[in-house]
Design a protein. Sequence first.
Length: 120
Amino acid sequence: LIAVYFACQETNPENDAAIYVISDVRELDEPSRESSPFDIDSTASFTPHHVTPRITAQSGSFTVHPDPKAPYRSDFLYKWTISKSCINKLETMISNYGVSHASVFPGLDGICKMIAEDFL
């Protein structure tokens, strides 16, 4: 639901949205805590040492890539397209499930943006 939230929020209303899903995260290495993200030689999952309320609220998960400018390719990577005609309905549905700017961005800025979007 968090991925749907971001895909729908960041999309131009004239375009479809998309979510990229890695179906088998076991394919990714997990570097040791001592290793630097700059020293990796294959795509890896990464859990930061410091977790903020936003990362927790967003169920944050990260990947680190040896060449950040190169497209990531994998047999386990899928693109799910969300038709532009469904975006408004999906935004309403995820809001009914409690996913809103206030829940994704805990704090005053998230609450204020949610109020502005809902009432202004």
